[in-house]
Design a protein around this ligand. Structure first.
Ligand code: CP
Length: 293
């Protein structure tokens, strides 16, 4: 099966093909339509953007949606994720889109004969978010190589940071991290001071502070965080004219970014969400073609 569960599943060439295809779709190109295929979206963690943009993409492609709800499924009777997915495969489902709280949950699903697109695995990776981020960057700069990017915030718990660092580095961007000690992941890369890079970066990629993954262990003062690691008006004024501000959302307004900057001129936060639907169409189209569905 050809899955997309990690950015390691895609070559650089495949990534650029997905970017170009998603931009074609945004510009009005016809999308593949397949009313004979069934798709199930299994979201074991909360989601607004990923879940519903996959749903819109699927419906525009005329795919049949299985109304799978984690709260009413037999997972609640103790059925395993593998047995749930195998059941969906056996009743005629053709594609699974899965978000799960367990990192690398997909490693237990390798015996399935149905392709998986990951909507995020715990603090592991978030490939479809990463691809829509790349689409948004490429749409603005027409390149990725050579761009200077600061990824700012809760690196340790962020699947977006992991996926983006992986592919942006592979594609030749210069990626640095800005993060308080409690959110650092030194295995990923260099951590720098926000104020030393703010006037030199092309992309300020803010991350959500992921309270739900902190197990109540971290003492967190949101005002202090905003002053030291947030995009304040003062920092915003220091950005290059051509710089963009990104955030995967949901946004903690007034924490990662000043409320008034969420829809500022340099912000592409809502454009990222719009682009997500086109990128997810491109992903589903690729999955259908690569797996000869
Ligand atoms: N960015 C993102 O994954 O948002 P959702 O959690 O709402 O899907």
């Amino acid at each position: 099966m050809k899955n997309i569960v990690s950015m390691n599943d895609l070559s650089n060439e495949e990534v650029y093909k997905l970017i170009n295809r998603s931009l074609e779709l945004k510009n009005g190109s016809d999308i593949l339509k397949r009313d004979d295929l069934f798709v199930a979206n299994l979201f074991f963690e909360n989601s607004t953007r990923t879940k519903h943009s996959f749903e819109v993409a699927e419906q525009k492609m005329k795919l049949n949606l299985i109304n799978f709800e984690t709260t009413t499924s037999s997972i609640n009777k103790g059925e395993s994720l593998y047995d749930t997915c195998k059941t969906l495969e056996m009743i005629g489902c053709s594609i699974l889109v899965i978000r799960h709280q367990e990192r690398e949950y997909y490693k237990n699903l390798t015996n399935l004969n149905i392709p998986i697109v990951s909507g995020g695995d715990g603090s592991g990776e978030h490939p479809s978010q990463c691809l829509l981020d790349l689409m948004t960057i490429y749409e603005r700069f027409n390149k990725i190589e050579g761009l200077k990017i600061a990824i700012v915030g809760d690196i340790k718990n962020s699947r977006v940071a992991r996926s983006n660092f992986n592919i942006l580095t592979r594609l030749g961007a210069d990626v640095k991290f800005v993060s308080p000690d409690v959110f650092k992941d030194i295995s990923l890369g260099e951590v720098v001071n926000f104020d030393t890079v703010i006037n030199d970066i092309d992309i300020c990629m803010l991350l959500r502070v992921q309270h739900e993954r902190h197990d109540g262990e971290i003492v967190f003062d949101k005002d202090e965080y905003h002053i030291n690691y947030g995009l304040t008006q003062e920092r915003y004024r220091k950005l290059k004219d051509s710089a963009i501000v990104m955030h995967p959302a949901p946004v903690n307004r007034g924490v990662e970014i000043a409320d008034s900057l969420v829809e500022s001129d340099k912000s592409v936060i809502f454009e990222q969400m719009k682009n997500g639907m086109y990128m997810r169409q491109a992903i589903l189209e690729k999955i259908i073609k690569d797996n000869n569905l």
